[in-house]
Design a protein. Structure first.
Length: 94
């Protein structure tokens, strides 16, 4: 499709983070394939909007855990992406 590129949208990055369930910063950064600066921005957004919680598992170890609100967001994102893929496939066939 013209104008579409292979870069992930913010929504797709958020979904990648939420899919991890529970993880530390390093695991999230590598699994979601992002820089530390990007990671900080996404974690701040997700915690401020209460999609993930911060868990202290030691000093200074911190992990992030998806909560019920975050799981609802993930399900909504996955449904939306599924619908958009179907529509894009359908439009390409005509």
């Amino acid at each position: 499709m013209e104008g579409m590129n292979n870069r992930r949208s913010n929504i797709e990055v958020i979904a990648d983070i939420l899919r991890l369930g529970q993880a530390g910063k390093t695991e999230i950064m590598y699994s979601a394939n992002m820089s530390y600066r990007q990671l900080q921005r996404y974690l701040q957004f997700l915690t401020e909007h209460e999609f993930i919680g911060i868990m202290k598992v030691g000093n200074p170890v911190t992990t992030y855990k998806v909560n019920k609100k975050g799981l609802r967001l993930l399900k909504t994102i996955e449904n939306l992406l599924e619908m958009l893929d179907w529509k894009l496939d359908w439009r390409d066939e005509s």
